[in-house]
Ligand binder design. Structure first.
Ligand code: UD1
Length: 417
């Protein structure tokens, strides 16, 4: 079990490069199942979730190779259409392999993805949309068997909620389906546009006006493609929140400010000066942050749920009370108990978190409960004077490449032991 040891109290300062987006590269790796020949992905983050996704490809008989931040994938018709339970459990987002396996082979078998610390993560919206495309579904003691004799057929689908995963699964399933699929109330996250761009580069015919409607004109086969993964907007938000928390002054290269407007707006309200230019975001934080009256998470382009814990952590030392409202995940505040070990004063009431700013945090020993909650603990430890120890960092490693090295480059005293 690895831990992070952080000697906090130092203002972050310097420049680092943001990695490619975890939430883009995973569905894009899944999309390669629909293709033929060798695709090359640039700017891939080196994460345990990416390794888990490549393991699923390997199980399906598709070889891949990592070289630095490039991944090449030699796509062929999969030898298999079943994802075993141990691979499903390795990564919660393995459900997004469903659409591509089903779209390519006409069959797919997965186990029901378990709930996680953020609350139940049902896949009812995925399933009802895939049924509209003609899939039959049988559930047998936790195993879901999908089949579409004669292949999937295009349909007009209205999602009950603009679920990111369901939108991706329908796009993947419909790419090789016969006829036209329209997804209404589709999610608009930049990672979805990235997936569409990759598929279109390989010959798919998918359009999305950024209005919540995605139109997929099915094609009979795809070629391969070369593609650069977009920057990770949540990793960017993490370093920005850490700079804000520590009164720092940092610049982030390879970042995309246009994907982060809601986060930038909230950080500006805290008194941070933010300048963005060509792939660069610079943030200069005041000595003490101002509180923010109301931050409500919502679907893109609203304030992202994944950035909530990061901002909550930064605002624990603001000069007043901030109020957060979480509208996406039921148990998002699961990390708050651990954050309280630093002396943070946070009360939660269902979807609401009230953060009473304190002048300082104290160092603490704590354990990560989930990915973004874990990053929130790192931010608190960077702020708190003295030595903190954070355990269970396997959660953090699912979504952050070289987090300790990156913070060291920004002047933090942090090591992994
Ligand atoms: C993706 C992101 C995750 C982010 C989330 C919301 C990836 C790998 N993960 O997760 O980091 O926090 O979007 O921006 O891209 N829901 C249902 N039924 C369904 C599907 C979803 O009730 O069939 C509910 C979920 O329980 C949740 C909400 O809808 O409460 C949002 O889920 P969704 O947008 O699907 O998130 P993910 O794709 O799981």
């Amino acid at each position: 079990m690895q831990n992070l040891i952080i000697n906090g109290g130092k203002k972050l300062n310097g420049t680092i490069k943001v990695h490619g987006a975890k939430n883009s590269v995973l569905p894009i790796i899944s999309a390669s199942i629909l293709m033929n020949g060798k695709s090359v992905l640039h700017n891939c983050p080196d994460l345990s979730d990416v390794d888990a996704a490549l393991e699923i490809l390997k199980f399906l008989g598709i070889n891949s190779q990592k070289s630095g931040s490039d991944i090449s994938i030699a796509s062929i018709t999969p030898e298999n259409y079943i994802i075993p339970d141990e691979l499903m459990r390795k990564m919660r987002s393995s459900v997004m392999f469903l659409g591509s396996i089903l779209g390519r082979t006409g069959k797919a078998v997965i186990t029901t993805p378990g709930g996680c610390m953020l609350g139940p993560r049902p896949i009812d919206i995925h399933i009802s949309a895939l049924k509209k495309l003609g899939a039959k579904v049988k559930e047998n003691r936790g195993t879901l068997e999908f089949s579409a004799k004669g292949g999937l057929k295009g349909a007009d689908i209205l999602l009950d909620f603009p679920s990111v995963g369901a939108t991706e699964n329908v796009i993947l399933a419909a790419t090789l389906a016969k006829g036209i699929t329209i997804i209404r109330n589709a999610a608009l996250e930049p990672e979805i546009s990235d997936l569409i761009n990759f598929l279109n580069a390989a010959g798919a015919r998918i359009s999305s006006g950024g209005t919540g409607t995605v139109i997929i004109d099915g094609v009979s086969e795809l070629d391969c493609a070369e593609h650069t993964i977009i920057p990770d907007r949540i990793e960017t938000a993490t370093y920005m929140a850490a700079a804000a928390a520590t009164g720092g002054d940092i610049s982030l290269k390879n970042a995309n400010a246009s994907h982060m407007l809601s986060v930038i707006e909230v950080l500006r309200k805290t008194g941070c000066e933010i300048i963005s230019g060509d792939s660069l975001i610079s943030i200069h934080a005041p000595e003490r942050l101002k509180p923010v009256k109301s931050v409500k998470t919502s679907v893109y382009p609203g304030f992202p749920t994944d950035a909530g814990p990061l901002l909550i952590s930064a605002l624990t030392t603001a000069s007043g009370t901030s109020v957060f409202c979480e509208n996406i995940f039921q148990n998002r505040y699961v990390f708050v108990n651990e954050l309280s070990r630093f002396g943070a004063n946070i009360s939660t009431y269902g979807t609401i978190a009230i953060v009473e700013g304190r002048r300082a945090l104290s160092s603490a020993h704590c354990r990560c409960t989930d990915l973004r909650g874990g990053a929130a603990l790192v931010i608190a430890a960077l702020k708190a004077e003295g030595e903190s120890e954070i355990g269970n960092i396997c959660h953090i490693k699912r979504g952050y490449e070289n987090i300790a090295e990156n913070f060291r480059q920004l002047g933090a005293d942090i090591k992994e032991v």
